[in-house]
Design a protein around this ligand. Structure first.
Ligand code: 26Q
Length: 842
C-alpha cells in the first residue's frame, strides 16, 4: 500500500514462516450424508435456527455455506497452483458482471446436485424451493454484463488463470414493476440479507485518489517528478467471489471493489467544530459503489459514473501490481509478458492512463518503458456500433476529478498525433479526426480512441460487427494499425444455459451422446443423426412440452394469462431499445389480431407471444413501447373471439433467473434488430442451444447462427445492413403503408386509438416514429418481409415432425456458440496463456 494511513485502518499482516498446518485439512465429503451434516451444522450452530419454524432463507444460507466450504479448499489450491506455475494471467476489467444465482451453478460444477437433493430430502427439505429463494446478483444491464459472467465460467472450466475485477454495487439492476402498463423502477437491495458467496478481504484494501491538483518536484538528482496532491481519497475494499470450473478442481476469482471512507476527518470541517458534518461526509465516498447505472446503450455523462470507472481501474491495477510485487519483488521487467488486462468496452478504459500513472509516478519508470508495458498488456473489446453510445467525457470534468490521469492522456495524445503527422504529413483534418480530444465548445475525451491507442488488440463481438467497425467507426485506426483489429464471436456457457437450466433436455442429450458436450459443445453434432429418429423426436417433443408447461406456470401468476402449451411460444426478451425493434414485434401481434377480427383464420397456428425486458429509466420512447405492448395485450387477451388463437404478455422484471425458465420453453426466438445495429446478441444463442428456431435479420451473430444451422432452419427477413444504408436515402414510410394493406390496417388501428380508448393520444410518439422518413430503425421498411417470415414460421410449426427436426438441428449445430470456444479464441490470439490445473484430475 502506498500510504501507511490506509494500513493502520486494518490489522497489520502477520509475517511468519509458511505454516502449512493452518490450511491443511481433510477434504470435505461430497456425499449426501456429509453435505447434510455440514448443512445442519450451519443451520443450527452458525445461524442458530431451529427446525420447528424457519423462513426458507435459512436453509438457503446454511446450504450455501456448506457448498462454499467445498469450493474453498479448491480455491486455495487453484491460487497456489497459479503462484507455483508462475503463469501468465489475464484480468477481465468490467463495470458489470451479471452473475445471476450462484448456488445451483456451484452444485452443478461440483457434481453434488444429486447428493444434495438426497441429503436435504432426508431432512424434509426440497432443494428446488431452497435454490429458488436466492436473489439474482444483478450487477449488470444485459448482454455485456452476462457475457462477462459466461466468460468467467468458461475460463475456470478451461483452467485459464483469469480473474474478474468489478464493482460491488449495493444496488444492482432495478426491479421492474408495471403500473397501469407503465414501467416503474424499484431499488434492488440484493445484499439486504447478506451474501454467502462473497469473502471480504480487507487486507487488500487500496487507496484511490480523486480531485486535488498536480505539482512538479525535483529529487536530489535533479530529476523532476509529478506529484498528484491534495486529493480526496477513497478506500477500495475487495470482496472475492469463487468461480468454479466444471468438475475440474479449479476455482477462479471475481474480485469486486466496494468504496469506503478513509477514517481521516476533513480537517477543515473538524476544526470548525463540525464533528457530525465530518462523519456525514463519509457518505460521498461510499456513494461511489452505491448503484449500477441502468443505462445500457447511451453514455450518461454523470460525474459519479466516471468516478466508478476510475475507482475500478485504479484499484484493480494497484492490486495486480501488488500481487506481482508479492511474488516477484519490485522489478517490473517481465510484467508485460505475464499480465494482460482485457477491457470490457470503454467503461474501464481509464486503466490505460492509470497504468501509465502508476508505472511512472509510483514506480519511477520513464515514459517509453511504461508505454511499452501498457501497450503490451491492454486489450479492448468493443460492444456497440451505435455512435451515440460511444463514451465521451467532458475535459472539464476530467480535469476536476482526475487531473493527473488527464495530463497523461494529453501526453499520450500528443505523441500519438506526432506519429499520425509523420505518417500523413500535412493532413491536419486527419489529426483532428484521430485526436483523443474532440475539440468544440465543450472539449471531450473520446474513450474508445484512448482504448485503441493504448491496446495491442481491438476486437468486435461477431463477424459482421467486427467488419463494420473497421469499415466505419474505427476506419482511420484500421488504416494505421490493421494488425490490431480482430473478431471474437461471442458465446454463452452451456453449463448454465443448457445443463443447469434445462435438466430434461440435458438428460435426453446425455442418454443419447454421453455427457462430453458439457465441456466440449461441438459434440452436440452427434445429435444430427438422431433428428431422423422418430422415437428420439417424440422424446424431444415431450421435453419441450414439459418446459413450456413450466414457463406457462411462471407466466400465469405474474401476468394473469394462461398459455396453452399446444400453441407456438414466440418469445422476445432483452433490453427494450428502439434498435431491437420490440415495436415491430407488437405491430405483427396487432396484425394477427386484425386478421382474427376479420375472420381470416384459415390454417391458423395458435400463438403465445411473450415479451420482456427493462427500459432505461430515462428512455421515454422505450417506456412507451412497454405501455403499448401492455395495452395491446389487454385488448387481445380479453377478446372472446380471439380466445386461444393468440395470447400476448409482457413479463415484468426480466432477469437471468427468468431466462433460465424462458429459453427452455421457447419455440420461436425473435432476433429482429435493424441490420447493422446489434453487435452480436447472446440471447439468440441461448435460445438456439435450447432448440428454438430463430426468426431474425442478418445482424450480429444471427448471421453465424444461420450459417451453422442452415438457412432452411432459420426464418430470415428484412433488409441487409447495406440495403438499410441505401434505403435510408429515400425512405418513405407513408409509401410503404400505402402499398401494404396489412400495415395500413395496423396503423389505422393505432391511429383510431383502438388500444388506448381512454388514454387519447398517448401513442402518438410511436406513430410519429414509424411514419417519419428519418426513422433510424426503419420499422416500416421491414414489416412486409417480417410478416411473411412469420407466416413461414407459423406454417412450419403446423408440421410438428419437421419443426422438431429443425429444433434438434438447432441444438445440434449450436456448438460454436459456447464461450469455451470464445475463450479459446481469446487465449490463442490475444492472451496467450498456459492452462494450469489445480488438481491433476478430478
Ligand atoms: C455507458 C456509459 C454510462 C453509463 C452506462 C453505459 C453503458 C452500460 C452498459 C453502455 C452500454 C452498456 C451495455 C452494452 C451491452 O450490453 N451491449 C451488448 O453487448 C453484448 C455482448 O457483447 C452484445 O451481444 C450486444 O449486441 C450488445 O448490445
Amino acid at each position: 500500500m502506498d500510504n501507511n494511513k490506509t494500513e493502520s485502518y486494518f490489522t497489520t499482516m502477520v509475517k511468519s514462516k509458511p505454516n502449512k498446518k493452518l490450511t491443511t485439512l481433510p477434504a470435505l465429503g461430497m456425499d449426501a450424508d456429509s453435505i447434510s451434516d455440514s448443512f445442519r451444522h450451519y443451520f443450527a450452530h452458525t445461524l442458530g435456527r431451529n427446525g420447528d419454524a424457519y423462513t426458507i432463507h435459512y436453509p438457503y444460507k446454511a446450504l450455501s455455506y456448506a457448498i462454499r466450504d467445498r469450493l474453498m479448499e479448491r480455491w486455495l489450491k487453484t491460487q497456489k497452483a497459479y503462484t507455483e506455475a508462475d503463469c501468465k494471467r489475464t484480468y477481465y476489467l468490467s463495470l458489470e458482471f451479471l452473475m445471476g444465482r450462484a448456488l445451483g451453478n456451484a452444485m452443478l460444477n461440483l457434481d453434488v446436485t444429486d447428493s444434495t437433493t438426497d441429503g436435504l430430502h432426508d431432512l424434509g427439505i426440497e432443494l428446488e424451493e431452497v435454490a429458488e429463494s436466492e436473489a439474482d446478483a444483478g450487477l449488470g444491464n444485459g448482454g455485456l454484463g452476462r457475457l462477462a459472467a459466461c466468460f468467467l465460467d468458461s475460463c475456470a472450466t478451461l483452467q485459464l488463470p483469469v480473474q474478474g475485477y468489478g464493482i460491488r454495487y449495493e444496488y444492482g439492476m432495478f426491479r421492474q414493476l408495471l403500473e397501469n402498463g407503465y414501467q416503474v423502477e424499484e431499488p434492488d437491495h440484493w445484499l439486504r440479507d447478506g451474501n454467502p458467496w462473497e469473502m471480504e478481504r480487507p487486507e487488500y484494501t487500496q487507496r484511490i485518489p480523486f480531485g486535488g491538483h498536480t505539482e512538479f518536484v525535483r529529487d536530489e538528482q535533479g530529476i523532476s517528478h509529478v506529484r498528484w496532491v491534495d486529493t480526496h481519497d477513497v478506500l477500495a475494499v475487495p470482496y472475492d467471489i469463487p468461480i468454479p470450473g466444471y468438475r475440474n478442481g479449479t476455482v477462479n476469482t471475481l474480485r469486486l471493489w466496494q468504496a469506503a471512507a478513509t477514517d481521516e476527518f476533513d480537517l477543515d470541517e473538524f476544526n470548525a467544530g463540525s464533528y457530525t458534518e465530518a462523519v456525514r461526509s463519509k457518505n460521498s465516498a461510499e456513494n461511489i459503489t452505491m448503484v449500477l447505472y441502468p443505462n445500457d446503450a447511451s453514455e450518461c455523462g454523470k460525474e459519479l459514473r466516471l468516478k466508478q470507472q476510475y475507482f475500478l481501474a485504479c484499484a484493480s491495477i494497484k492490486d495486480a501490481l501488488r500481487d506481482w510485487k508479492r511474488r516477484k519483488g519490485n522489478d517490473l521487467t517481465g510484467f508485460a509478458e505475464k499480465n494482460c488486462f482485457q477491457l470490457n468496452d470503454t467503461h474501464p478504459t481509464i486503466a490505460v492512463a492509470e497504468l501509465m500513472r502508476q508505472l511512472i509516478d509510483k514506480h519511477d519508470m520513464d515514459w517509453d518503458e511504461a508505454w511499452a508495458i501498457t501497450q503490451k498488456t491492454m486489450a479492448y473489446t468493443n460492444h456497440t456500433l451505435l455512435p451515440e453510445a460511444l463514451e465521451r467525457w467532458p475535459v472539464r470534468l476530467f480535469k476536476q476529478l482526475l487531473p493527473r490521469p488527464l495530463e497523461i492522456i494529453y501526453e499520450i495524445n500528443a505523441r500519438f498525433l506526432g506519429e499520425v503527422a509523420a505518417r500523413w504529413p500535412g493532413e491536419t483534418d486527419r489529426q483532428r479526426r484521430l485526436s483523443i480530444i474532440e475539440e468544440g465548445p465543450e472539449p471531450q475525451v473520446r474513450m474508445a480512441y484512448l482504448a485503441i491507442i493504448g491496446s495491442f488488440s481491438v476486437n468486435g463481438v461477431a463477424e459482421l460487427h467486427s467488419k463494420l467497425l473497421v469499415e466505419g467507426l474505427f476506419r482511420d485506426f484500421y488504416e494505421l494499425w490493421p494488425e490490431k483489429f480482430n473478431n471474437k464471436t461471442n458465446g454463452v456457457t452451456q453449463r448454465r444455459w443448457l445443463a443447469y437450466c434445462n435438466p430434461g433436455l440435458r438428460q435426453l442429450i446425455s442418454d443419447s451422446i454421453g455427457e462430453g458436450w458439457i465441456s466440449d459443445l461441438d459434440q452436440l453434432h452427434k445429435l444430427i443423426p438422431f433428428a431422423k429418429d422418430p422415437e428420439f423426436r417424440k422424446k424431444w417433443y415431450q421435453v419441450k412440452q414439459e418446459n413450456k408447461q413450466r414457463l406457462a406456470e411462471m407466466i400465469e401468476p405474474c401476468c394473469g394469462v394462461r398459455f396453452n402449451t399446444d400453441a407456438m411460444f414466440d418469445v422476445q426478451v432483452k433490453r427494450i431499445h428502439e434498435y431491437k425493434r420490440q415495436l415491430l414485434n407488437i405491430l405483427h401481434v396487432i396484425h394477427l389480431y386484425a386478421r382474427i377480427k376479420a375472420g381470416d383464420t384459415k390454417n391458423w397456428t395458435p400463438r403465445c407471444v411473450l415479451i420482456g425486458g427493462k427500459a432505461a429509466p430515462g428512455y421515454a420512447q422505450a417506456k412507451l413501447i412497454i405501455k403499448l405492448i401492455n395495452n395491446v395485450a389487454s385488448v387481445v387477451n380479453r377478446d372472446k373471439q380471439v380466445g386461444d388463437l393468440l395470447k400476448v404478455v409482457f413479463l415484468p422484471n426480466y432477469r437471468v433467473s427468468a431466462m433460465e425458465v424462458i429459453c427452455p420453453g421457447t419455440d420461436l426466438s425473435e432476433q429482429i434488430s435493424t441490420a447493422g445495429k446489434e453487435a452480436s446478441g447472446t440471447g439468440n444463442m441461448k435460445f438456439m442451444m435450447n432448440g428454438a428456431l430463430t426468426i431474425g435479420t442478418l445482424d450480429g451473430a444471427n448471421i453465424e447462427i444461420r450459417e451453422e444451422v442452415g438457412d432452411e432452419h432459420f426464418f430470415l427477413f428484412g433488409l441487409t445492413e447495406q440495403e438499410v444504408g441505401e434505403a435510408r436515402r429515400s425512405y418513405n414510410p407513408q409509401g410503404i403503408i400505402r402499398n401494404d394493406a396489412n400495415l395500413g390496417r395496423v396503423i389505422s388501428l393505432l391511429e383510431t386509438g383502438h388500444f388506448n380508448q381512454f388514454e387519447p393520444g398517448i401513442f402518438d410518439p410511436i406513430l410519429n416514429a414509424i411514419l417519419s422518413p428519418q426513422d433510424p430503425w426503419m420499422v416500416a421498411a421491414d414489416f412486409t418481409s417480417y410478416v411473411q417470415a412469420q407466416e413461414r414460421a407459423a406454417d412450419a410449426y403446423r408440421d410438428q415432425d419437421a419443426w422438431i427436426t429443425s429444433s434438434i438441428l438447432n441444438t445440434a449445430c449450436s456448438g460454436k456458440f459456447s464461450t469455451d470456444r470464445t475463450m479459446q479464441d481469446y487465449n490463442r490470439e490475444i492472451w496467450q496463456m498456459q492452462a494450469v490445473a489445480a488438481y491433476p484430475v478430478e
